[in-house]
Design a protein. Structure first.
Length: 348
């Protein structure tokens, strides 16, 4: 008889939740939690555009207590805006023996005053958390990790080669992630820099918006390369402000994910930028996007943090003006070309 497979839970049935199910399937028995779907047939119909059907023996559940009781290892794949509320619902069923490896690339924002539900402004670091910090806030779970890197769902589902990073302060979590996810087509790196991997995964979505804007008006690869490299510069400086060493930004979770997300039509954030540059309104793009464009919320949070702490993030600030204040894109490019960048590299 073969070795009994680990039972692993996945919280979230969006495109990457389905993708993660495919990645885990050879090495684990999976339970996929979904609020919206009752059975595999519904899920397969919804995801037919991904050209991948879930194996029939993948269990679907809409019961968080059941998932937590059956699975000591859980991968939350939830948009950042819903992550804390999901953890509040899941927390009563968790204990210190659980392991959580999240796949969310964004920040949590806690409102200080009542009535600010739709306002992200005048914020400080105490209000902004990574997803691992949210897990610590809301549960008794100790062994926490994240999955980061260039993980474009459609490419992985098409069996194209890819790599990811499992980051955690616990070697056990890193080793577990490598064992569960590795395959001939999917390579898994390990990292101890959990916070760095989380910040890189969130920030690269901002730069992907900018690269998409340039793609939408056919500014060429030279301009996109400049935005990506200077965006990496801003990402590293922001990360250092958050207390990271910076090495994560130069690896698969950083520059690797940044290049993929900022150049691919399969990237929601890049595609958003293209559509906005071509004249679609912010409201129309959001209303017609099947899944969350994480970079929009991250852009608001990072811009307002930068303003509060006087951080020099010119590309991020200009993108905020374009996306949320209607600033002219071509004029913005001209202003950035005149910005006094004094050194090409000052972070190593």
């Amino acid at each position: 008889m073969g070795e009994k497979k680990e039972i692993v839970g996945i919280i979230g049935s969006g495109s990457f939740g389905v993708t993660l199910t495919k990645l885990l399937y050879p090495n684990a028995q999976t339970i996929l939690y979904s609020r919206r779907f009752k059975n595999i047939a519904d899920l397969n119909t919804y995801h037919e555009n991904l050209n991948f059907d879930l194996p029939e023996d993948v269990e679907i559940s809409n019961d968080l207590e059941y998932v937590a009781s059956k699975c000591k290892i859980i991968f939350p794949v939830i948009p950042s805006s819903s992550f804390r509320s999901m953890m509040k619902s899941l927390s009563p069923f968790l204990n210190p023996s659980h392991i959580l490896i999240h796949c969310t690339k964004g920040f949590d924002y806690t409102y200080k005053e009542l009535g600010e539900e739709n306002i992200i402004s005048k914020i400080d670091r105490s209000q902004v958390k990574t997803m691992s910090e949210v897990i610590k806030d809301e549960s008794t779970v100790i062994r926490i990790g994240c999955m980061a890197g260039p993980n474009l769902a459609k490419e992985i589902l098409a069996d194209k080669p890819a790599a990811t990073v499992i980051a955690s302060e616990f070697k056990e979590v890193v080793d577990l992630g490598i064992r569960l996810l590795s395959s001939e087509q999917f390579f898994v790196f390990g990292s101890e820099d959990l916070k760095g991997a989380e910040i890189a995964g969130a920030y690269k979505n901002i730069i992907a918006l900018g690269s998409g804007l340039l793609g939408g008006i056919d500014m060429g690869k030279n301009a996109q390369a400049m935005v990506i490299t200077r965006g990496l510069h801003e990402m590293i400086h922001f990360g250092k402000y958050f207390g990271t060493e910076g090495k994560a930004f130069l690896g698969t979770a950083g520059i690797g994910d940044l290049v993929a997300t900022a150049t691919s039509q399969n990237s929601r954030n890049y595609s958003f930028g293209v559509r906005l540059a071509k004249g679609d309104s912010l409201e129309d793009i959001i209303s017609t996007s099947r899944e969350v464009v994480e970079g929009l919320r991250t852009l608001k949070i990072v811009k307002n943090l930068a303003q509060h702490y006087n951080l020099k993030l010119p590309i991020t600030n200009m993108l905020y003006s374009i996306v949320y204040e209607g600033f002219d894109l071509r004029k913005a490019i001209q202003l950035l070309m005149k910005y006094p960048f004094k050194k090409d590299v000052d972070f190593v």
